[in-house]
Design a protein around this ligand. Structure first.
Ligand code: PHB
Length: 375
C-alpha cells in the first residue's frame, strides 16, 4: 500500500505493531494468483519473484485412489506461482527501505480518533513514548486482531462468521516435492496437501483437530498419514525428509461489512478471514490494496472521490465470491466429524463434477488463478 502510494507521489506512514525481523520471517501462505504476480511486476517488485517463484499450471486432486488433475493453463491460459509470503514481504520491505519510507516497527496503535472528521488521529507507542499521528486517511491493514476494525462502532458493523470443526497441521520438510505440483488428498481419513516452498523444501498439511497439540504428531505418524491420504497408484509417493517445522492452524471464514467507516478503510485480514484451503488470504489482501491505492490516487490526483466511496462495495463483491470459493472447497474436501453418509457422497460427487466436467474445471481454474480486481 505505502509502496503504491509512494509511486504516485503520495506520502504515507506505516505503523507496525511487531518488530522488523518478526514481520520479515514469519512463515505464512505460499501461492500467488496470476494477477498478483502481474501487479508485483508492474510495481517494480518482480526481480526476486522472477528468479525464485515456481509456476504452477495444474493442481492434482487425489480421491477414490486416483489422480484427477485440473490443468488451469490448458483450461484458461492462467497460472499461479509458489512464492512464499515472507519473500513477498521481504521484497516490499526492501523496496520501502530503499525509498527511505517512514515505517515504525514495534509501534502498536492503541486508539484511532476522529474517523468521522477530516483529520483522524492515531495514538501509538514507540520506544516507550506515547505518540500521535494526524493524517487524511487510515488504511486498516492490521490483521484480524488489530485495532482498526474495533474502531468502527459495533452498530455500524455486520459480521459474518463460520468456525470449522478441524484445523491443519502444517509441516516443512527438507525434501523435494514428489511431483512438481500441488497435490490435494481428499481421503476418508481427512484432507491432506503437498505443496512446495522451494526446489528442496516441501510444505505439507494434514487435517487435524482444531485444538490439536503438534507434539502429539511424531514424524512417523505424520509420514504414515500423509502416505495414506495422498499416495495413489501410478504416481510417486510423498517424498519424506527431515521435518523442520510443525504448527497447527485453525480454520474460519469471517467477513465484516462494510469495509469502510468515515476515513478508515479496512483491508486484508482486518476485514476478512478465509480458511487456507483456497490459498486466498494474501491474494485477497493485495486485491483490497489495489482498489484502495487506486481510489486514493484518484482522490489526490483528480479530486475524484467516487472510487473511495465505492471501496467497500467493490471489495465486498469480489470478497464474497472468494468466500464462496474458499468455504466451498474447504467443505468439499474435508471430513466433518459425525457427518451423514449422504452428505459424504455429495462431497465426492462435487469433487467428481469439479474435476470431471469442463464447467467444473473452468470454475475452479478461474477462481484459483484469481478473479479480476475491479478498477
Ligand atoms: C500452500 O502452499 O501453503 C498452499 C497451497 C495451495 C493451497 C493452500 C495453501 O490451496
Amino acid at each position: 500500500m505505502s509502496h503504491m502510494l509512494h509511486l504516485a507521489g503520495i506520502e504515507s506512514v506505516v505503523l507496525e505493531r511487531a518488530g522488523r525481523e518478526h514481520v520479515r520471517t514469519r512463515l505464512r501462505a505460499g501461492v500467488l494468483e496470476q494477477g498478483v504476480v502481474e501487479m508485483l511486476r508492474e510495481l517494480g517488485l518482480g526481480e526476486r519473484l522472477d528468479q525464485l517463484a515456481l509456476k504452477q499450471s495444474a493442481l492434482d486432486f487425489r480421491f477414490d485412489g486416483a489422480s484427477r488433475r485440473i490443468d488451469f493453463e490448458a483450461e484458461i491460459g492462467r497460472n499461479v506461482w509458489v512464492y512464499p509470503q515472507h519473500e513477498v514481504v521481504t521484497d516490499l520491505m526492501n523496496a520501502r527501505q530503499k525509498a527511505g519510507a517512514a515505517i515504525f516497527y514495534e509501534a502498536p496503535v492503541q486508539r484511532i480518533d476522529g474517523l468521522e472528521g477530516e483529520r483522524p488521529v492515531l495514538h501509538f507507542e514507540h520506544q516507550g513514548e506515547s505518540c500521535r499521528l494526524e493524517c487524511d486517511y487510515v488504511a486498516g491493514c492490521d490483521g484480524f486482531r488489530g485495532v482498526s476494525r474495533s474502531a468502527i462502532p459495533a452498530d455500524k458493523l455486520k459480521v459474518f462468521d463460520r468456525i470449522y470443526p478441524f484445523g491443519w497441521l502444517g509441516i516443512l520438510a527438507e525434501a523435494p516435492a514428489a511431483t512438481n505440483e500441488i497435490v490435494w488428498g481428499c481421503h476418508d481419513g481427512g484432507f491432506a496437501m503437498q505443496s512446495i516452498r522451494s526446489p528442496s523444501v516441501t510444505r505439507l498439511y494434514l487435517q487435524c483437530a482444531p485444538d490439536e497439540n503438534p507434539d502429539h504428531w511424531s514424524d512417523d505418524r505424520i509420514w504414515s498419514e500423509l502416505h495414506k491420504r495422498l499416495d495413489v497408484e501410478g504416481m510417486p509417493p510423498v517424498n519424506e525428509g527431515r521435518v523442520t517445522q510443525k504448527g497447527v492452524t485453525a480454520m474460519r471464514s469471517f467477513l465484516a461489512e462494510p469495509m469502510q467507516w468515515g476515513r478508515l478503510f479496512l483491508a486484508g485480514d482486518a476485514a476478512h478471514i478465509v480458511p487456507p484451503t483456497g490459498a486466498k488470504g494474501l491474494n485477497s489482501a493485495l486485491a483490497d490494496i489495489k482498489v484502495l491505492a487506486r481510489a486514493l490516487v484518484a482522490h489526490y490526483r483528480e479530486g475524484a472521490d467516487a472510487h473511495l466511496a465505492r471501496y467497500s462495495d467493490t471489495c465486498l463483491r469480489r470478497m464474497w465470491l472468494v468466500q464462496r470459493f474458499s468455504a466451498g472447497l474447504c467443505t468439499m474436501t474435508h471430513q466433518f466429524p459425525g457427518q451423514n453418509p449422504f452428505v459424504q457422497r455429495l462431497q465426492r460427487t462435487d469433487l467428481d463434477y469439479m474435476t470431471g466436467t469442463r464447467a467444473g474445471r473452468l470454475q475452479f481454474s478461474e477462481n484459483f488463478t484469481g478473479l479480476p480486481v475491479e478498477a
